[in-house]
Ligand binder design. Sequence first.
Ligand SMILES: *Cc1c(COP(=O)(O)O)cnc(C)c1O
Length: 378
Amino acid sequence: MSGVRHTRACVRLAALEANCRAIAGRLAAGAEAAGRPAPALIAVVKANAYGHGAAAVARTLERGGAAMLACADIEEGVALREGGVRLPILVFGALGISDLDGVFTHRLTPTVSTPSAAASLEAAAARRGVTLGCQLEIDTGMHRLGFRHDNLRRTLPSVVASPHLRIEAVYTHFATAEDPAHPLFEEQRVRFERVRAEAGALGLAPRAWHAANSAALLRDERVWYDAVRPGLLLYGVSPTPGPAPAGVEPVLSLESRIVAVKGLRAGEGVSYGWRFVAGGPRTIAVVPAGYADGLDTRMSGRASVLVRGRRAPVVGAVCMDMLMVDVTGTDVAPGDPVVIVGRQGTEEIGVRELAEATGTIPYEWLCRVGTRIERVYD
Ligand SMILES: *Cc1c(COP(=O)(O)O)cnc(C)c1O
């Protein structure tokens, strides 16, 4: 039997389901107060469900009331179907140069996000003699994928005239929703409204419109439309600095165990390059988690882990398979539990805190939880 590694990601599916219900509840309450129907939940599970494990997460979100799932590419969509998902699955990515078979064999809903994707999807659907339900992405300012909002009269006619494509929904994506001071959010909202107003003239009659990622759905009820597309918030992490909204809790924790403890004398350094040199006697503990597990050498000197309920700073370079922490003054022994992300006793290190300490965003930290790390679901 192969053993279980000491470093593991614990994924609390009950918290995920509760987050899903908390977000749905917030949407229902807001919509009711405004006298309109609550938007549907398109739960974003791209990148292995932000590192949490796509199949288990998808099944939980299905139970939690998601109406649709969204992933990055056809391969992710196929993996979700093979994991038993029955909900509709939206594929965000550009498909113009992809092998499109999976769209048909695994009942995926592609996004028409470029003219070449429209042409490829139309040709593939025509070859099979089927009408393909798809969604249309409008670029209102992100300038990544989508048809430019200010050029639709020229670019849309051939798309809406495609006999084998049926546009079921139209969506856009915000570039600055997490920044309340940036004027682009409001500009994008107005541009999308303009597209809605001109839909008839453009030949568009979708069943649904949607726009909001986590940050947008939290900041402005006007962009809820018929559906919202949260990712990060479902996993219990706030898209903006500050705590997550009420009822939303972190789903993932990253845990390990100390495998060795040793003393350092004054003037001695630790790890590659001796980037940390002890000014006096220190106690160092070795944690078997390194950059091959998705951790990051930017943690050195900036981040801490929790040992015996206390913060222990990461010292010296993070190695491929290990990192070292300073536990001076704490009575630690091999086998003691270590929390890299999560709660221990009364202390907590959130993904957002770790991301801010290391100069990146929580999305990146979650996605980087490596393939070597076993996910343990409870
Ligand atoms: C990733 C993504 C989302 C979800 O974003 P969060 O910030 O995680 O809520 C929504 N829509 C699109 C198009 C995306 O690519």
